[in-house]
Design a protein around this ligand. Sequence first.
Ligand SMILES: Cc1cc2nc3c(=O)[nH]c(=O)nc-3n(C[C@H](O)[C@H](O)[C@H](O)COP(=O)(O)OP(=O)(O)OC[C@H]3O[C@@H](n4cnc5c(N)ncnc54)[C@H](O)[C@@H]3O)c2cc1C
Ligand code: SF4
Length: 479
Amino acid sequence: MRTGDRERYDVVVVGSGFGALFFLDRFIRARPKARIVVLEWGAANSHEWQINNQKNSTIAPADAHVQVPDQKPWNYTIGLGGGTNCWFGQSPRLHPSDFALLTKYGVGRDWPVTYDDLEPYYLEAETIMSISGAEEMARILPRSGPFPQPPHRVTAIDRMMMRAQPDRHVPIATARARVATQDRSRCCATARCNLCPVDAKFTALNGFKHVLSHPGITWRFGVRAVAIEHSAATATGVRCAKDGREEVVDGDLIVLGANAIHSPAILLQSDLGAPKAGLGVTEQLGFEVEVLLDGLDNFDGSTITTGLNFSLYDGEFRREHGAALLFFENRWSHGLRKDYGRWRQTLPIIIAVENLPLDSYSVALNGEQQPVVDHGAFSDYAVRGLQAALDKIEQVLQPLPVERIVLRGERPTESHIQCSLPMGDDAEYSTVDRAQVHHKIRNLIVVGSAVFPTCPPANPSLTVAALSLRAADMLTRSA
Ligand SMILES: Cc1cc2nc3c(=O)[nH]c(=O)nc-3n(C[C@H](O)[C@H](O)[C@H](O)COP(=O)(O)OP(=O)(O)OC[C@H]3O[C@@H](n4cnc5c(N)ncnc54)[C@H](O)[C@@H]3O)c2cc1C
Ligand code: SF4
């Protein structure tokens, strides 16, 4: 693998998070003999290390990119497994309309893939992660097969909502195990999922052992990719830094799976940023309310979030304002109630509102070549979406004995960075095509949430996984 003092591989993969690992899972099934190297900036921190140290990585996001003062923080894990370590395991699919926002509602962009294109890969990703969910979900998000795991036990609140709104309120789809698997314990609702004490949620460490131990893959840790080397419209390798020294790892195919901040930064360093790299980086607008209930107890569900309500998710209103997804929480984020004997009569709800990836949002490089994320105010579309959700929430909660709704305020971050290297058919507006291949450099593939063309309300990672399986499938079937 070494020619002169340079290493050469069939495939060089940057990063080892959701995008990279789901791509690899599918790729090595089709090409088991390929010689692959993964360049990972962080360390391989075991579950035990993470629990003992009460963190996912030694490299904090605030040290890995530059934050514009007084703007929202961005949250991610640098290390083997990337976001699979810190994520909470909320795993809804996107809605079919999310893929056709422009065609249906004249807003934003269409994705170059449809829900139907992605459906088999959604199913495959759900199988790999052993997702728990209920068949009722298919009324909203059509599916061609059952969930691998049964649904979690919902709360009495969810049961009341489901009876009144069977087409809108459903048990959550989640990678937190309902029943123990060979590698994971059953989720017991301890509600600190970024550091799950019992290893109940899917992570790279418990779910991708076959990828991590594959004989064809070389793992290099503490190696930060800096730029893609290229000539004559062909990527030739990855320039990277380790222990203060720079080196180049050569490869025939480059898969860029750093996150939605660092992947655009690497393309900008490579002079491959034009025209869109970094622009549009965003996430949902998150808000929290606490619903005080009269005589109805919460916290009898079997996992941290038990219900999803889609009442405000899709409809003609999306011409005017963003969609909202409501998460019914089985945790006392605002403490128990103080009133004697009514401690559990409280329901925290998270409202996640769709945002538009405005061109005024950016990842750019400063003088030291560090990524600077500049995300000003949320779009008017998102702000109107939140207002509409707050205006309508009482109506949505009509089946419940609501005493009072307390506005708890905007959440600092949803931890869902996306949209900085969108996929699309038009090279003027996108960085990669519908197969996630760079428009100009045809042996460069980008994976991860960076490729989302829009920012719907649902959590992104299941869609990242499905897109990566599809990208690897398209590549290996075409070549
Ligand atoms: C606390 C928290 C909770 C979350 N909960 C959920 C949830 O419940 N549901 C959900 O859908 N999503 C959730 N997310 C979001 C989820 O983590 C991301 O959507 C997902 O990880 C994005 O996948 P990715 O492949 O784009 O990036 P990542 O998974 O972050 O992977 C990027 C990889 O690249 C590596 N890397 C970065 N830069 C470089 C470089 N220069 N050189 C080499 N390697 C590099 C990183 O170390 C990492 O391994 C959560 C995130 C956080 C932080
Ligand atoms: S709710 Fe508790 S047991 Fe379940 S995944 Fe989260 S931390 Fe783990």
